[in-house]
Design a protein around this ligand. Structure first.
Ligand code: ATP
Length: 239
């Protein structure tokens, strides 16, 4: 683990009108880690990711990527810098084919040969997308759309992937497949910040975790310790 975090939030406050959704969030992600953010509905998990990408700008505090402040940067400047979000609800292009969706992920890149290589890589990672490569995105199942959204993000060759609720609304078998792919890309060197309601799964694959409650970090620790913590077990792990 390197000393400087690749991504860091310091005392970030984000509001929707008068509602303070993030009340001073601080967190660190080091290169190569999977860090999971867990918490109940409305705790501010998605807002944290949207704030990092400046889709929902912060009111105060700072967001540092590789030591540089990125708050205030237009969201579309971030993927070329290596920071890419897979939003909750997937937001694939329903009228475009699977291949066209994947090409959109690489829209800012000029390295054609490398793009081709990455396309083969993501189609190997998600074989079902290869089978369905000519099908329109909107005709895919929920699980396949989640895979397409992740594969599209990977086409931007991110260094840090922000994953918002990849398990949302999916059958357990598909969720296991998706989480094993998250683990695989992590082993291959990707840094991942994962937001999940399925705290059990999220902590099992993570190195560290943050617990959010009503816009605040109430606990941070190694994922293994959080999994053993009696309060976390009762509140978030269904035990
Ligand atoms: P969930 O898992 O339900 O998405 P979450 O932990 O991701 O929960 P957020 O979606 O970040 O939580 O919401 C944090 C708070 O901000 C909640 O109180 C929510 O009602 C509020 N909020 C989120 N989006 C908006 C919005 N667009 N306008 C107003 N309030 C919002």
């Amino acid at each position: 683990m390197s000393k400087q975090p690749i991504l860091e939030l310091n005392n970030v406050v984000t509001c929707y009108g008068r509602i303070q959704a993030l009340k001073g969030i601080s967190l660190k992600v080091y290169a190569g880690e999977i860090v999971s953010i867990i918490g109940a509905n409305g705790a501010g998990k998605s807002t944290t990711l949207m704030t990092i990408c400046n889709i929902t700008p912060c009111e105060s505090g700072e967001v540092l990527y590789k030591g540089q402040p990125i708050q205030g940067k237009a969201p579309d400047l971030l993927p070329p810098m290596g920071l890419c979000q897979v939003p909750e609800g997937r937001r694939i292009f329903p009228r475009l084919s699977v291949l066209e969706n994947l090409e959109m992920g690489a829209f800012f890149r000029k390295d054609k040969d490398e793009i081709k290589r990455d396309l083969e890589y993501v189609l190997d990672l998600f074989p079902v997308l290869r089978e369905r490569r000519r099908q329109k995105g909107g005709t895919l199942s929920g699980g396949e759309q989640q895979m397409l959204a992740m594969a599209r993000a990977l086409m931007s060759r991110p260094e840090v992937l922000l994953l918002d609720e990849p398990s949302l609304g999916l059958a357990p078998l598909i969720v296991r497949q998706i989480f094993s792919i998250v683990e695989r890309i992590s082993k291959e060197g990707m840094t991942i910040l994962l937001v999940e309601q399925n705290a059990n799964l999220a902590l099992k694959i993570a190195s560290r975790g943050y617990v959010l409650e009503t816009g605040k970090v109430i606990m941070e620790d190694d994922a293994a310790s959080l999994l053993q913590n009696e309060d976390i077990k009762k509140a978030y792990l269904g035990e």
